[in-house]
Design a protein around this ligand. Sequence first.
Ligand SMILES: Nc1ncnc2c1ncn2[C@@H]1O[C@H](COP(=O)(O)OP(=O)(O)OP(=O)(O)O)[C@@H](O)[C@H]1O
Ligand SMILES: [Mg+2]
Length: 487
Amino acid sequence: MKMLYQQMMAFFGVIAVTLVIVSILFIRSTTNTVWQNSFNQLEQYTDVLKDRAVDNDTYLINAQFIENAEEILAKQNVHFMIYDAANNARYPNIPGGAPQAIASKYWSQLKKGNTVALPELTTNPQNGRQQRMTIYYKPVFLSQKLLFVIAAFAPVENIQSSIQQTEKNLVVAFLLSLLAAIVISYFLARFQVNRINRLRQATHQVAEGDYDVQVQFDKKGHDEVAALADDFQDMVGSLRESQAEIHRQEERRRQFMADAAHEMRTPLTTINGLLEGLAYDAIPEESKGESIALMQKETKRLIRLVNENLDYEKIRTNQILLNKQTFNATEALHDIVSQLQQKAEASNDQLVLTAADEVPVFADHDRFVQVLFNITQNAIQFTQNGTITISAKAGYHQTELAVQDTGIGMSPDQVKNIWERYYKADPSRKNTKYGESGLGLAIVHQLVTRHGGTIKVESALNQGTTFFITFPDEETAPKQAPITHTK
Ligand SMILES: Nc1ncnc2c1ncn2[C@@H]1O[C@H](COP(=O)(O)OP(=O)(O)OP(=O)(O)O)[C@@H](O)[C@H]1O
Ligand SMILES: [Mg+2]
């Protein structure tokens, strides 16, 4: 069944049950009131008769007065009877038969001084017909002695007709209310169902990949459906974010594949060309040695590329274990300087190390050397006739290192991308003396991060570049994550 009808039935059911209960209670209370009013009226009549229709001294009945009263009340068919202390009807004086006496069960009540009010089937002495009547008996006493009983009669029809009128009005009101209930429940149900439909529509949109949906309901009367809409909106937000992340990752992967293929094609093409030359004897004998040397160089480059890629992936996916220990950074830097001294001289660069004799650092020794070696090598690579300064000092809970050069520098745009794999600020620069894969800094970044350290760069075009690196000390360094094997 459609939710609209379910909701309508629920609302309608509640309203209808309420109406039925209210109607029943109303009818009962009205009926009671009408009966009560009728008895009250009869009581008032008997009060008047008690004072005016019977002489307390002579016990004589003023029949004329009662007849007049009956005449006035003729329209309502009210009549009276008066009984003496022996339960004999003294009024009306009907020739040919005395009206019936009061039933003994009521008479005993009356003798005790109680009034009696009841509806009963009785003979109307005015027309002799059997009729249901409301009767009010009132005993009159004089110094504790029962003098007589006054009875007032009114047909029950009077009461019933006024109750019937009320019932009729009530039925009309009931039907009109039901009609209103249908209309109200329809609008209430439609309001709820509309909101749910809006949510459904939004869900469809999201399922079709549209994450820009907005479902926000009125803040007024913030109920569960509105809360659900808010939660839905939050969910769409995080879906949108993860979708964007997936796109970014996919783009990075695609870029990586393209770059890796591109990087490998150059040496492969070179080797292939040389092999063809050798196969067809197109290379003169004296150049063969040189060709083989070139092929060796290109093959080494390919091997290095593959190894570095593997290394990068291993670091990235937590597959390497860092053998961390505290050692003297100055000593390690000295070794790097002496290894690169020749290369620096070839570029006419000066390599300077400024560090205290003992600067402790907590790191994997080989990886530390790899990081600093790479950065210093880059500095030499991009600096001609300049100075490269390597410095190290102990900071607060960390070791701080810097490699500063006075080389070609980078623009802010170039700086943004240097941690990306295969990034080269100047793509036309191929086959420089050292390193040309664009993997060096990507690996460096991963290594420093794995140590829990930081690496930052400051650079200005044609002025130089400085790399700042920190390694946390043993106390603050992160605990080694267990090796995970990812595909
Ligand atoms: N000291 C520097 N001065 C100017 N540019 C730099 C410096 N260091 C790095 N770069 C820029 O960042 C790029 C990325 O450096 P990275 O070391 O990752 O790659 P690479 O040196 O080109 O190749 P390799 O993977 O062999 O090291 C470099 O190509 C260069 O454009
Ligand atoms: Mg490099």
